[in-house]
Design a protein around this ligand. Structure first.
Ligand code: ADP
Ligand code: MG
Length: 582
């Protein structure tokens, strides 16, 4: 269905109704549209980016107080100043919360709790800081929207309120549809993978969060210009919870669901207000619990599943073949010198040296707990080293974060298949391609096309993905997800590839396929590969060199034959037939 008919028309009709319906009903509808916009903004960070925010009301409320204060004190241009101040203060507030909560590696629950506390505190401040906020009673008689000497009628002011809401909702919907929204969804699905593809996930999350704060702050100011009244209830936890409930009921993973849910719930509450208000709260609570249990994805997603898919334009992702890369990375491989890593008193790695200079497959073996995964995590920036240094393609990259390492030519394939399950294969690959030049503006402007390097196509062809590009990655088998992740890693244009147990959980055939693919990557594409493995048959078929790690230290290094005839190594693996998994 035409996006205009599906999206623009209904919301414009709602806005027109708000303008034309007379001052009582129209005013309420305009007010609910503003709240719907704020809920939609919450959906962008919570549903799309996966950041649960119980204090969305704080940015909304700060904007509301800013709108009220400037409206009352800034004279002829008070309305405009209020809108600007609302957006600015909402953004600043969100930026501060993000700086504390998202940058300091709080986990999702820790961050949600932090926003809970901020909402509680904000309500206290609004209640106590009477000279500015009017305290418990709030601020009343805020002048209606005006610009200079031009005073708007009540109808025109509703037009401004409803019009701004519609514009912002359409903007949010557009952002969610674009590569920008898909990148946020991929970060929600798999943050580590996105970091390993070159995305600065911390900056992306805090950027999205700040933008949502700007929207909520702006709409807070719009709200008070419409209702001409502000009180601490707008900034507190109850309001923050409302936004979360409305978004959840509507479908936090869409923009339209939350808008509609906010309109319906508020209209319902209004109908039943007065005598039945207590029951209404009970009804909302019950509806929320029912939604969590019965339709955890929200009503909009449920409705959408029942409608023809052609109504919801599937993204056409066009994947091409990249010309031989012009920004080709200087060779030089990976050189590791006396890397150490401690977890508290426990030493996981001690004085590890590695030289991966020539193209080839280098296998890393060793008993469980030897520190193999830790070494890969350190080299790819996911765990901090406590000593040593390493060079990538001639550049000292010691201690760099994952996305910077990726941009310098390091590829990391995780042990568990690690893809964005809610995105299609093609979308995953496009995301992988854009990671190396991750810029927010570019993601907003970008079209759904991406050029993949030949080595990625080599893997995609080997896996036979050609006719499955539009299926969600979550529907692939374990082995196929491993292949997709490998193709994504190569799409980011790496020269040195680190793989952690790529054959774990794979069938014999799939294992052979991986072995052939790795040999092909070395032979035809000049890659340097470090692979952690247990399977001796696999190692014999791929390895140019083998290094044995034990107790965090390198015990031996040589060709397969040399390692297999090393009596010390055999002693470590004693009692295990070759080919067994320890
Ligand atoms: P391998 O991959 O060789 O089986 P790992 O690198 O996963 O071994 O682990 C090496 C040792 O470091 C193990 O003893 C493990 O318990 C320990 N270890 C790994 N990660 C951590 C961590 N985040 N905190 C504490 N100890 C860890
Ligand atoms: Mg491991």
């Amino acid at each position: 269905m035409n996006p205009f008919v599906r999206q623009v028309l209904p919301i414009s009709l709602a806005a027109a109704t708000a303008v034309l319906a007379g001052s009582w009903a129209g005013g309420l509808l305009a007010q609910f549209l503003v709240l719907g916009t704020v809920t939609a903004a919450l959906a962008l960070t919570w549903g799309t980016a996966g950041i649960l925010n119980l204090g969305h009301s704080v940015t909304f409320g700060v904007g509301a107080y800013a709108g009220a204060w400037f409206g009352l004190h800034a004279g002829a241009y008070g309305s405009l100043a209020g809108l600007a101040a609302g957006a600015l203060l909402g953004g600043v507030m969100a930026r501060l919360i993000a700086a504390v909560g998202l940058r300091r590696r709080l986990d999702a629950v820790g961050f949600a709790l932090a926003t809970f506390v901020v909402a509680l505190a904000a309500e206290q401040v609004a209640n106590r800081w009477t000279p500015v906020t009017g305290g418990f009673n709030g601020l009343t008689d805020i002048p209606r929207f005006h610009v200079g000497a031009l005073a708007f009628t009540a109808t025109a002011a509703r037009g401004v309120t409803a019009g701004l809401s519609v514009l912002v909702i359409l903007l949010l919907a557009s952002l969610a549809r674009r590569p920008y929204g898909a990148a946020l969804a991929a970060i929600r699905d798999n943050e580590r993978r996105m970091a390993a593809l070159g995305y600065d996930v911390g900056a992306a999350k805090s950027g999205a969060f700040t933008f949502t704060g700007v929207v909520a702050g702006l709409m807070g100011a719009v709200y008070v210009l419409q209702v001409q009244f502000v009180s601490p209830g707008l900034i507190g936890l109850a309001m923050g919870t409302n936004f979360v409930v409305w978004a959840m009921l509507g479908s936090r993973r869409t923009i339209w669901g939350p808008v509609v849910a906010t309109l319906v719930v508020n209209a319902g509450a209004n109908q039943l207000a007065g005598a039945a208000l207590d029951y209404w709260l009970l009804v909302t609570g019950a509806a929320f619990i029912a939604a969590v249990v019965l339709v955890p994805d929200g009503v909009a997603v449920m409705v959408r599943r029942g409608l023809p898919t052609r109504w919801f334009r599937a993204r056409q992702v066009v994947l091409g073949v990249a010309a031989p890369s012009t920004d080709s990375l200087a060779g030089g491989g990976l050189v590791v010198r006396s890397v150490g890593c401690r977890f508290g008193p426990f030493t996981a790695l001690r004085g590890v040296d590695l030289d991966l200079i020539e193209p080839g497959v280098h296998c890393l073996i060793g008993p469980n707990g030897a520190g193999k995964s830790t070494l890969l995590d350190v080299l790819s920036g996911f765990t901090s080293a406590t000593g040593g240094s390493w060079q990538l393609n001639g550049q000292d990259v010691t201690g760099r974060p994952p996305w910077e390492l990726t941009r310098s030519g390091l590829g990391r394939k995780f042990q568990a298949p690690s893809v964005a399950g809610s995105l299609t294969l093609a979308e995953n690959l496009a995301m992988a391609r854009w990671g190396r030049t991750h810029r927010t503006l570019a993601l907003i402007r970008r079209r759904w096309t991406a050029e993949l390097p030949p080595e990625a196509w080599f893997v995609l062809d080997a896996a036979g993905f050609a006719d499955r590009m539009d299926t969600p990655a979550a529907s692939l088998s374990h082995g196929a997800q491993q292949m997709l992740e490998l193709a994504m890693t190569l799409t980011a244009n790496c020269t040195v590839l680190l793989l952690d147990e790529p054959t774990a959980g794979m069938t014999r055939t799939e294992t052979q396929q991986i072995a052939e693919v790795l040999r092909g990557l070395v032979r035809d594409h000049g890659l340097t590969v470090l692979v952690v493995e247990h399977d001796m048959a696999f190692i014999r078929s791929v390895a140019d060199r083998v290094t044995v790690l034990r107790g965090g230290e390198i015990m031996a290094s040589g060709t397969v034959a040399e390692i297999e005839s090393n009596s010390e190594v055999s002693a470590v693996y004693v009692g295990r037939a070759a080919g067994d998994r320890p």
